[in-house]
Each structure stands twice: as C-alpha cells, then as structure tokens.
Design a protein around this ligand. Structure first.
Ligand code: CTP
Length: 428
C-alpha cells in the first residue's frame, strides 16, 4: 500500500516515543521507504539503534550532518508524507509559528508534502487553550491530526492524551500518501460489517462466512479521510475508540441499529452479509439429539438495503454489496434497481483470495447512472479506498454535496473570509 512512497518519520520527546518504533515497522512492512528523524528529547526516551535497525535508512538527528549537507531540504523535498509521532506540545507550537530550531522542525518547513501529526501529552496539557488553538490552526492549514485517545498516561494517570493507536496513525499516513486528505471531512459515513447470526437455540445459530474485514477496512479508510464514522458490526475486529461502534448479532438488531443511526448519514455502505431468512422460532432450551433432527421453519428478515433505498433522502449516497458465485455483472446490476442503491460492489466469492475471510478482494463497482469500474485483486483497504472514491464521485457528479457546500460557503462569507478564499474541496 506504500510501495515507492518516501516517508519521514519524526519522533519527538515524549514517553510515547517508544510506540513510534511500531509505527516505523508497520510503514516499512507496507512497502514505504522510512527515514527516521529524532529530536534530542526523543533520544532520551528511545535509542537511535532501534530505528537504525528497523527503518530504511540511518536515523538523522542533526542539521549539521557532515556526511549529508542540508539534510532538512533533502528530507523535506523528497518526502511523500512527513509524519510526527508522537508530536509534543512544543512541536505543535514550533510548527504553528514556523520555528525551525532543529532537524525535524526544519524538515517540516522544507516540505510541501502532506503532514500527519499524532499528538500525545498529559490531559492538562492537551486541554490547554494554547495547545487546542495550535491544533486548530494547524488543522485549518490542512495538517492531518490523528487525535489522542483516552487511556493510561505516564505516571499511571488515566485521561485523554494518550497517543492514538498505531493502526490509526498508519491509516492516516496511507490516506495522506494517496492524496486522500480530509476529503470526507464533515461527512457522516455509516458502514455495516460482518455476517449476522440467527439463533436456533441458546447455543446454535444460522450464519455465514463473512468476517467483517471488508466493512472494517471501509470504516478505517473513512475515518482516516476525516469522516465521522458509525460502524454497525457483528465482528469482534476492533477499530479506533474514536469511531462510534455498535455491536449487533442478528439481522433484526442490525436493522434497528441502522435505523437509529442513518438519519444524517451522507454515505451508507451496507457491507454486512445480512441473513435473508431466520428461524421462525428460537428454542428456549438447547435442542437435544435424542429428539431427532429438528424441522427448521424459516421466515424472511427485512431487507435493510432495499428499505433504505426506498426512503433515501436526496443528499445520501447508498452503497450495497453483492456476494455472488456466478454472473457477477448481471447479478450486481440487477441488484442496483432491486435495492434502490446508487452503487453495488459485486464480488465473486468463489474466486481464489476473494471475499469472505481473506485480506484481499476483487470487485466490480456498478452505478445506477452507468458507472462501471473494475478493481483487480487488492488488499481490502485498497478496495475500501476505491469504494469511497466511487461514492464521493457519485456525490459530486449528482450534486448531492451541494446543500452542505452552500451552507459552508454561507458560513465562510459570514466570517468575512470571502467566498473566493477557500477551494470547494477544502470547504467540504
Ligand atoms: N442486505 C440487507 N438486508 C438483508 C439482506 C441483504 O441489507 N436482509 C444487503 C447486504 O448488506 C448487501 C446487499 O443487501 O449490501 C446484497 O445482499 P444479497 O443477499 O446479495 O441480496 P439478495 O437480494 O438477498 O439477493 P440473493 O438472491 O443473491 O441472495
């Protein structure tokens, strides 16, 4: 996912510096060329040798490197992304005000690449108005902030300010490396994931092979691109605590949860494998073998996607999935009309490495207006990127972004910034 991308990994002096080692390793695993830059403060927490061993080149610490003159311009100009993890209060302040007293801040000044900052500090510091203002100013300048999470802090305190989990930092870096920076900001994306389980008795259920990997990849991608995300899932796979996750088991529970959260959703992706039928009755006690094979009477569940399609608000983009084993294009296209969806993502789950349980998928994306795209076998995260790109494409092509666009433009004019000062993409 990061093949051919050059990433400068800045590490500053906070206890979370040890977690940057994991970020470094994950970025290298994804194919990136990682150049670590440590501040003097970082070196008090973590050894240079660790990064030397894991990264793609020697760790750099000084502006005055005899072997490589002007290292900050080489690093800054060559980078596809600069990520700072952890970013201390001082780094935020220096970057905001344009101070460039060491190699890392000078590199930040010498780059035009996207910048991802993952702040980490004690709750009291994080909540300081000065720091919050720095964060807001940097965010407004287009810097990607991976907000800290609640949890255990240095010294045993519990609170807000802990470095975001590695996955969230890596996700944001991948999205930035592919130019998807905040393009879903201000949007509510609702994703369903996993296979439903329909109980037969207290210990048995009717289910399917879906594991939720594709739905979770969609939620992570949407989150990394700045969306407010609701994930309704049957799967145990965890995502960031900053993502609203609703755990359900049955088709009925999923139906209820979708209705509770879909109200203001701009993009809905029904990636879950929802049962079409459930046992008409759930036995109160475990079915016993000596009673012989049970007769299963099934009844239909509600088709959630079709119901959403029938009552879709004008601004919403509705995306469904079609897991097929034959006639992929014909079946996916037929489901577009049947379900009232804008896009159907069809996959042939009988093909090798495709669909249920795999980390990879291969899909076709068909749209109500003739949209047709094929995405060959790729990591599920790359499929997620293409699905959300397609949903955004439908949104802009059909003018469904317009009400929000106008709202934002009105707000901008009221602030006196003038309507022409911000591009349409930034406003959204
Ligand atoms: N879906 C749903 N509610 C259901 C069943 C399915 O919302 N009760 C959604 C799935 O999340 C998926 C899409 O509908 O996005 C496709 O479901 P699928 O089972 O393939 O469609 P069916 O209409 O049941 O067609 P088939 O005859 O192929 O089973």
């Amino acid at each position: 996912m990061l093949e051919g991308k050059r990433i400068v990994l800045g590490v500053t002096g906070g206890i979370a510096a040890y977690k940057a080692v994991d970020v470094c390793r994950r970025l290298v695993d994804l194919g990136a060329h990682v150049a670590p830059v440590l501040t003097r403060g970082a070196e008090r927490f973590i050894g240079v040798a660790t990064f030397d061993a894991l990264a793609s080149e020697r760790t750099q610490r000084s502006l005055w490197d005899e072997e490589s003159p002007i290292p900050h311009t080489r690093l800054g100009q060559g980078a596809d992304v600069v990520v700072v993890c952890p970013a201390t209060a001082r780094l935020l302040s220096d970057y905001r005000t344009g101070r460039s007293g060491d190699l890392l801040t000078a590199t930040l000044m010498a780059t035009r690449a996207p910048v991802v900052l993952a702040p980490a500090m004690h709750t009291e510091m994080w909540e300081q108005p000065a720091i919050q203002e720095n964060v807001q100013v940097l965010r407004n300048r287009g810097v990607v902030m991976v907000d800290p999470e609640p949890g255990r802090l240095a010294g045993g305190d519990i609170g807000f300010g802990r470095l975001a989990r590695t996955e969230s930092i890596v996700d944001a870096t991948v999205a930035a490396a592919h130019g998807r920076i905040g393009d879903l900001a201000g949007l509510h994306v609702l994703v369903t994931a996993g296979g439903t389980r329909e109980p037969l008795d207290p210990v048995r259920f009717l289910g399917n092979r879906s594991t939720g990997k594709q739905g979770v990849a969609l939620a992570r991608e949407a989150l990394a691109r700045g969306a407010r995300v609701t994930l309704i899932t049957t799967s145990d796979l965890t995502v960031s605590p900053t993502l609203r996750t609703v755990r359900v088991e049955t088709a009925d529970e999923m139906h209820e949860a979708v209705h509770a959260h879909v109200g203001d959703a701009d993009i809905v992706v029904m990636a879950a494998a929802v049962a079409d039928f459930r046992p008409a009755r759930e036995a109160g006690q475990k079915l016993k073998k000596h009673d012989g094979p049970p007769r299963l009477e099934l009844e239909a569940t509600t088709d959630i996607l079709a119901e959403l399609g029938a009552s879709k608000p004008p601004g919403q983009v509705l995306v469904g999935f079609a897991a097929e084993t034959a006639d992929l294009r014909a079946n996916a296209t037929a489901k577009l009309a049947k379900k009232g969806a804008d896009l159907i993502i069809g996959n042939d789950v009988s093909a090798p490495e495709v669909g249920f349980g795999h980390d990879t998928n291969a899909v076709i994306v068909v749209g109500a207006d003739g949209f047709d795209k094929e995405i060959p076998l790729s990591d599920k995260r790359e499929i997620a990127r293409a699905v959300l790109d397609s949903a955004l494409d439908v949104r802009t092509r059909t003018g469904r972004d317009l009400p929000k666009f106008l709202e934002t433009q009105r707000a901008t004019t009221a602030r006196g910034d003038g309507p022409g000062t911000v591009t349409r993409g930034e406003q959204l």
